[in-house]
Ligand binder design. Structure first.
Ligand SMILES: [Zn+2]
Length: 264
């Protein structure tokens, strides 16, 4: 007789029910275990970065010069002005001897630290220094420093390689957004778009950009980078946007109503 299923073995449905229940339980258990492991992993990553940052701070205090009215009378007022404009909370500014042109910030608890490499003072004028300092203070004010440890920890969670590549790309993408935000803070600190732009060019070109021709040549080089696929690729895999994009974003922000209203 078609359609008649009364011949089904008596225990079949019951065992099916049991099987589904077991599968659900296993899924719930593994999900909980993964969640717990992830929370543990992120907490561990945060703890590690907290202690790394603390020991970096200690190392820095021993090797770099903290800027005070006595140790850096020529830049102390500039630092105070930038702090008033950005209001990042407690921050110590250090100068470390180096031939590189760079600055960075770190610290998960106050006071946070901004480190300026000494070569910056040979290349940048006061307004350009304000942009660079304002950029770093912006990272601090916007919470990028501690978020970086948290999200970096999350992006580092062990997962299948395709998933971890995706996590890393997302993390780098967010990092590039942070750079645009920090550039805006730099502009708010120096208030001169052309100085924000020349500071970015000088960071790349260094001493060569000190003459007018050198500056123009450096700009043309930076501008050309945008048209190459290598430029786009290295941007997608990097934590910083292309300089030319940062310059474009500064110009756009400087022309926006939002920016102009701040100084009305
Ligand atoms: Zn930055």
């Amino acid at each position: 007789m078609a359609g008649d299923t009364t011949y089904r073995y008596p225990g079949e449905h019951f065992v099916l029910f049991l099987t589904i229940t077991v599968v659900m339980l296993v899924i719930a258990l593994t999900a909980t275990a993964t969640l717990c492991a992830s929370v543990l992993f992120v907490t561990l990553a945060l703890l590690i970065s907290f202690y790394t940052s603390r020991s970096a701070h200690r190392h820095l205090v021993e090797n770099a010069q903290r800027v005070t009215p006595n140790s850096g009378p020529e830049i102390y007022p500039l630092i105070q002005t930038c702090k008033q404009r950005i209001r990042p909370g407690e921050v110590d500014v250090f100068v470390t001897p180096s031939r590189q042109l760079n600055a960075y910030t770190f610290g998960l608890s106050e006071p946070k630290a901004v480190v300026l490499y000494s070569s910056l003072f040979n290349v940048m004028d006061q307004d350009e220094l304000s942009f660079i300092l304002g950029h770093e203070l912006g990272h601090i004010q916007l919470g990028h420093t501690w978020l970086n440890s948290l999200i970096g920890g999350m992006a580092g969670i062990p997962s299948p390689s395709s998933a971890s590549a995706l996590l890393m790309l997302a993390f780098l993408w967010w990092n590039r957004m942070c750079e645009y935000s920090a550039d805006r803070a730099g502009l708010l600190a120096c208030r001169k778009p052309e100085k924000a732009i020349s500071a970015l060019i000088k960071l790349v070109a260094g001493q060569r950009s000190l003459t007018r021709e050198g500056m123009e040549l450096a700009y043309r080089k930076i501008d050309a980078e945008d048209d190459t696929w290598m430029g786009s690729l290295s941007e997608a895999l990097g934590s910083h946007p292309m300089i030319i994009r940062r310059i474009q974003h500064i110009r756009e922000y400087a022309a926006s109503n939002q920016y102009r209203q701040l100084f009305r």
